[in-house]
Ligand binder design. Structure first.
Ligand SMILES: NC(=O)c1ccc[n+]([C@@H]2O[C@H](COP(=O)([O-])OP(=O)(O)OC[C@H]3O[C@@H](n4cnc5c(N)ncnc54)[C@H](O)[C@@H]3O)[C@@H](O)[C@H]2O)c1
Length: 263
């Protein structure tokens, strides 16, 4: 399969979990993937594992809260390709705390990682995305289709889970920002969509999923009666960045076993 043949993709927070699976899936579909993470050694190890499978992957450190690091990573992409076809803003984390006890530090950390990073990376990558978008459909020999931004929002953007006020607030903002970007970027040949995963089995959610009482309560609210896998999310990501979604922009796709809509 080669639905992303010739595409240049950058995936943040991709050393593990959903980001890693998106990077693996895109590489498998023919994309050349820049796989980044604040955990540098894990990013390099993950990229090496994919390279060993014959995929084109570059592993590097990128702390998405550090503007200078974002610029350095984008400069490398620009030097090598002069464009970026797919940007996946995946890096994210949560801080569990009742809202009334949330510290300034906790709020700053969640906001900087989940929201400010999407603002910074999307703005700084815009010229490279625009270079891709304006080349699409031309006789330049570049990959066809529009450039894409895909942001990781969450079911918590619309359904609150206790002790995740900061997380929910940033994800709600990511959804709104994605829609705004979609409208503005369309004129430059760039589609922008976002994913709203429910409970996906990763390090981020293990404290819920591994607790039998909490896991049961969550599955009771999930019509498909299972937790999601990173592969479930990667397949939705692939659809949204592929030409199969050529007329889709500003859309949020739930990957949650039906949790958002009810029992
Ligand atoms: N797992 C779920 O159920 C779920 C549900 C909804 C949304 N999401 C979102 O999906 C994305 C991926 O989540 P996951 O479950 O794979 O989490 P995860 O914790 O398994 O992986 C997140 C990755 O992001 C990296 N990261 C953290 N801070 C970073 C920073 N400042 N710069 C760069 N990388 C950083 C981590 O090192 C880690 O490799 C997140 O945005 C998360 O909010 C996950």
């Amino acid at each position: 399969m080669s639905r992303l043949e010739g595409k240049i993709a950058l995936v943040t927070g991709a050393a593990r979990g959903i980001g890693f699976e998106i990077a693996r899936c895109f590489a498998q579909e023919g994309a050349e993937v820049y796989l980044n993470d604040v955990d540098e050694s894990a990013a390099i190890e993950a990229a090496e594992a994919l390279e060993a499978s014959g995929f084109k992957v570059h592993g590097d450190r990128l702390d998405v809260t550090d503007k200078a690091e974002i610029e350095r990573v984008l400069e490398a992409v620009e030097a090598a390709h002069g464009r970026l076809d797919i940007l996946v803003n995946n890096a994210g984390l949560n801080v569990r705390e009742d809202f009334r006890h949330l510290t300034d530090e906790g709020w700053e950390k969640v906001r900087a990682t989940n929201l400010d990073s999407v603002v910074a990376l999307s703005r700084l990558a815009f010229p490279l995305l625009k270079a891709s978008g304006s080349a699409s459909g031309s006789a330049s020999g570049l990959a066809s289709g529009l450039a894409c931004v895909l942001n990781l929002s969450s079911i918590t953007a619309t359904r609150h889970l206790r002790q995740l006020a900061a997380y929910s607030a940033t994800k709600g903002a990511v959804s709104a920002l994605s829609r705004a970007m979609a409208v503005e970027f369309a004129a430059f040949g760039i589609r922008v969509n976002y994913l709203c995963p429910g409970f996906i089995d990763t390090a981020l959610t293990s404290r819920y999923i591994k607790n039998p009482a909490i896991a049961k309560a969550l599955l009771d609210q999930t019509p498909l009666k299972r937790f999601g896998t990173p592969e479930d999310v990667a397949k939705a990501a692939l659809f949204l960045v592929s030409d199969d979604a050529a007329f889709i922009t500003g859309a949020g796709l739930s990957v949650d076993g039906g949790m958002a809509v009810g029992l």
